[in-house]
Ligand binder design. Structure first.
Ligand SMILES: Nc1ncnc2c1ncn2[C@@H]1O[C@H](COP(=O)(O)OP(=O)(O)OP(=O)(O)O)[C@@H](O)[C@H]1O
Ligand SMILES: [Mg+2]
Length: 267
C-alpha cells in the first residue's frame, strides 16, 4: 500500500481535481483505492457526489471502524463509457469537523496508524489536503509516503510550492525520530496551463529549469474540468474524447512511473 498526498499551500491550484482523477484512474486500471478528503472545505467529497460528513474526524477522534466511515464510489461516475472498471474506489468524506481533528487528538501518528489497518485491502490512499498549513498537515505528513504538487504557472502558486517544500523539510526530523523514510517528492504538475500566454510559457520554463524532470507534463486550462466536477464525474466519463481526458490519463501514467509501482491488474 502506498499513501500519496496532493499538496500546495496555495488555494485553487487543482489539488482536489487531481486527487479525484488520480484515485479514479488507479481504480480504472484495477487497483483498490481510497480517496481521503483531508480538507474541512469538503470539496473532494462534494466533487465525488457525496454529502459532507465527518470521515477523517470519525476515524481519528471518535475511533470509528473503517466500515462505518467509508463510502463506496459507484464506477458510473468515473469509468470510461462502456468500459468496465477493474478496481474499486472508496471515499473517506470530510466536513468542517476536519478542522478540529488535530486539537482533539494528541497522537501525531494517529492517521498513520489508522491507515496502516488497510494494508492488504487497499493499494493506494490518495489524500487531498487543504491549502492552509495546520497541525493536521503534520499528522498527514507522518502518514504519507510521497507528495505530488499541483501548481499553476503563476508567481503565487510557486510561492505556495516553496512553502510546501519548506514545511515538508521541517517535518523530516519528526519522521527521523520514528525511523520513517523521507517523504518522496513524486513530482510537480503544472495545471490550468495557458500556453498562449507569454507569462505561463516563461514560468513553466523557469519551473523546469529549477526542478528538472520532476516537472510533469502540463494540464491545459479547459472549462470541461470545471463542468465535469459540477456534474460529479471524471473527465473520462464526462468528455472521454477531449484533450483534457487525454491529459488526465497522461497524469495517471506518469504517476505509475514515478511511484515505480507495478500495476498488477486484478481480473
Ligand atoms: N485544468 C483545468 N482547467 C480549468 N479549470 C480547472 C482545471 N483544473 C481544475 N480546475 C478548476 O479550478 C478550480 C480549483 O480547482 P481545485 O478545487 O481542484 O483546486 P484546489 O487546489 O483543490 O483548491 P483549494 O486549495 O481551495 O482546495 C475548480 O473549479 C476546478 O474545477
Ligand atoms: Mg481542494
Amino acid at each position: 500500500m502506498r499513501i500519496v498526498t496532493l499538496l500546495n499551500e496555495k488555494g485553487g491550484v487543482g489539488k482536489t481535481t487531481l486527487s479525484f482523477h488520480l484515485a479514479a484512474g488507479l481504480a480504472v486500471i484495477g487497483l483498490r483505492v481510497l480517496a481521503v478528503d483531508a480538507d474541512a472545505q469538503g470539496s473532494l467529497t462534494e466533487t465525488m457526489g457525496f454529502a459532507q460528513a465527518p470521515g477523517l474526524y470519525d476515524l481519528i477522534v471518535r475511533e470509528q471502524a473503517f466500515r462505518n466511515v467509508l463510502r463506496y464510489v459507484n464506477p458510473e461516475i468515473y469509468e470510461y463509457p462502456n468500459r468496465r472498471v477493474k478496481g474499486q474506489l472508496f471515499l473517506l468524506p470530510s466536513n468542517i469537523e476536519t478542522q478540529s481533528i488535530a486539537s482533539n487528538s494528541a497522537d501525531a501518528l494517529a492517521i498513520a496508524r489508522r491507515f496502516a489497518e488497510l494494508e492488504g485491502s487497499i493499494d493506494f490512499i490518495i489524500v487531498d489536503s487543504s491549502p492552509t498549513p495546520s497541525l493536521l498537515h503534520g499528522a498527514v505528513y507522518m502518514a504519507t509516503d510521497a507528495i505530488l504538487y499541483p501548481t499553476q504557472c503563476e508567481y503565487l502558486s510557486f510561492r505556495g510550492l516553496q512553502n510546501s517544500f519548506h514545511h515538508r523539510q521541517e517535518n523530516e526530523r519528526y519522521r527521523r525520530q520514528f525511523n520513517f523514510a523521507p517523504i518522496k517528492n513524486l513530482g510537480i504538475v503544472p495545471t490550468m496551463y495557458r500556453g498562449r500566454t507569454l507569462e505561463h510559457r516563461e514560468n513553466l520554463a523557469e519551473l523546469k529549469e529549477t526542478y528538472g524532470d520532476r516537472v510533469w507534463r502540463e494540464i491545459a486550462q479547459s472549462t470541461v474540468w470545471t463542468e465535469s466536477s459540477r456534474v460529479h464525474r471524471t473527465i473520462w466519463n464526462y468528455a472521454p474524447s477531449s484533450p483534457a481526458a487525454r491529459q488526465g490519463w497522461v497524469l495517471v501514467k506518469q504517476f505509475l512511473e514515478a511511484i515505480s509501482y507495478v500495476a498488477s491488474t486484478r481480473s
